[in-house]
Design a protein around this ligand. Structure first.
Ligand code: THG
Length: 521
């Protein structure tokens, strides 16, 4: 039940005090009253969607009064047309991690959500319990290095490493970050500047283990992935392809990397549980889809000196031509089997190095030791997010969702219309128009915003920031925002941060290495 009979006695005292505080209330009468029961989910949002197992069984649970009209509209749209006008991934029935669904975790998290429901919570504020739930094989090393750990999808994820603070003395002036006001200074450290600097100018190790990956295999694997994605995947074994998954209306459901590791087997880097759900809904019996995230681990080894670190550790040819950009291959490093994918979300030379969970610590230690001579640092998500924004790499769910088509999101390059016959293809014949994802920088280097702020043009709200971070390489805050089409580099806008209007400028993107000289070398 979501409502129980009204109990006057529970209400009387609060009502009495309310009328003292706001005397005009005294003349009002309560017209309709009931005892509402709050439903709490692991993330506070409703649970809406059609069962994957029982066709026609729709779930619509944990709907608060404040959600009710919107959820009803969206649910009706989904039932009738298969598509919600407003993106609903944060309410999806299948969004949860396995650990979210363990009853004792549900109870603990929900009890805490009840306490905090009306609090203003910092976007990075971590859960207190239950933690730690998911840790990578490098967790011990991370603790030794003083990792500042925050939780994400149940994982412990280093945001920066306190041990790098000794390098602050060596940090060149132009890489130093301005002091922050108290709100944006929370869960942030100037040490992130050191990690960004070393990534751009030397080499860094990023724990990419929490990046969700699926193995898609079997005789029907290629056909399934071809149907679900926008890019051409029928390429040779060893190829890696960046592609989008669209819904039937051409909205962006996800962006993925697809590595063809064998004729009938692919490793797909995805964004969350919904991608697996989408694949399972479309998979015939000649395909299997398996989440291999917890069974494997990943280190992003990135920076201009990444090859100096890795080359002496392997007999494989990892030169620019030996293992090309957006290609992958199994190599041996320090006695361990490694799948090396040559790509980088931070926009530097290097590889994502995958290995089984049991051999991962040895891989970390081997790279760490070899990296010492080249100034390697362990680097965290704070630097990571800054570097990827400077490079213009979008983060699905934040920067774009099903509300946007690929062209609006600046991702038209990942669509091969000629491939034909993938989900969403016919809808792309006509582009949607509407707002476009626009790169901004804040004019005053000491200003920082955090995402979700309104953006004003000529004093009127025209859109909102998706993600933002201080860009250490460029010495300014980078903010991506949905804004009306037609803005030109150099145009002036303002970002509202609490009560302040911060001047910002539209920029040509990406801000760093637009010619790919750092990556393709
Ligand atoms: N690594 C892997 N899989 C992933 C991510 C990742 N899947 C989810 C998410 N992250 C996908 N996002 C991106 C975004 C950009 C790039 C890779 C993954 C990227 N883009 C090149 C560019 O735009 O210049 C693509 C160039 C090309 O298509 O040739 O590298 O981090 N494994």
């Amino acid at each position: 039940p979501s409502s129980m009979p009204f109990t006057e006695a529970d209400f009387a005292d609060a009502w009495q005090r309310s009328t003292e505080l706001i005397p005009t209330l005294g003349g009002a009468k309560v017209g309709h009253a009931f005892n509402g029961i709050f439903s709490f989910t692991p993330d506070g949002a409703p649970i809406v969607g059609e069962s994957r197992d029982v066709q026609g069984l729709w779930v619509s649970e944990a709907i608060w009064v404040t959600h009710s009209a919107g959820v009803a509209k969206s649910l009706a749209e989904q039932m009738i047309t298969g598509h919600s006008e407003i993106d609903m991934h944060e309410c999806d029935l299948y969004r949860f991690e396995k650990t979210d669904l363990v009853p004792s975790n549900v109870a603990r998290t929900s009890a805490q959500n009840f306490v905090e429901v009306y609090d203003i919570i910092h976007p990075l504020q971590p859960k207190v319990e239950p933690r730690p739930l998911r840790v990578s094989p490098f967790y011990g090393r991370q603790q030794e290095l003083g990792a500042m750990l925050l939780d994400g999808a149940g994982w412990e994820r280093p945001h920066w490493y306190e041990s790098n603070s000794v390098l602050l003395e060596q940090l060149p002036e132009q890489w130093q970050a301005p002091k922050r006001e108290p709100w944006s200074a929370q869960f942030w450290s100037p040490v992130s500047a050191v990690e960004a600097w070393r990534t751009r100018e030397a080499v860094a190790m990023y724990d990419m283990t929490p990046l969700r990956r699926l193995e898609v295999g079997g005789p029907g694997a290629l056909a399934l992935l071809q149907k679900l994605t926008t890019n051409q995947l029928d390429k040779k074994v060893g190829s890696v392809t960046y592609a989008l998954m669209l819904d039937a209306t051409g909205g962006v459901r996800s962006d993925v990397t697809v590595a063809r590791v064998a004729e009938d087997r692919f490793q797909v880097g995805v964004n969350g549980p919904l991608d697996e759900d989408w694949m399972l809904r479309h998979a015939d019996s000649d395909v299997y889809v398996r989440d291999i995230t917890g069974a494997t681990a990943c280190i992003g080894l990135w920076g201009p000196l990444a090859r100096e670190v890795l080359a002496p550790l392997t007999s494989a040819d990892i030169s620019h031509t030996g293992l090309k950009y957006f290609n992958g291959r199994t190599i041996h490093v320090g006695g361990v089997d490694v799948l090396a994918l040559r790509l980088s979300y931070v926009g530097e030379l290097g590889w994502e190095l995958y290995t089984d969970a049991d051999t991962a610590l040895r891989l970390w230690d081997t790279l760490w030791e070899a990296g010492q001579a080249h100034g390697v640092v362990a680097a965290g998500r704070s630097a990571f997010n800054s570097l990827r924004l400077e490079k213009g790499y979008r983060s699905w769910g934040t920067d774009m969702t099903t509300e946007h088509d690929p062209y609006q999101a600046g991702l038209g390059f990942a669509v091969r219309k000629a491939k034909g016959n993938f989900i969403g293809a016919s809808a792309l014949q006509e582009e949607r128009g509407g707002p476009v994802l626009t790169c901004l920088t804040l004019d005053d280097p000491s200003h920082v915003v955090m995402g979700k702020e309104p953006v004003l043009i000529d004093g009127t709200v025209a859109g909102y920031v998706t993600s933002a971070a201080y860009g250490y390489t460029i010495g300014k805050t980078v903010a991506y925002a949905w804004l009306p089409a037609g803005l030109q580099p150099g145009d002036h806008v303002a970002v509202q941060y609490f009560r302040d209007l911060l001047p910002a400028t539209v920029m040509a993107e990406p801000l760093v290495d637009p010619d790919m000289n750092k990556i393709r070398c």
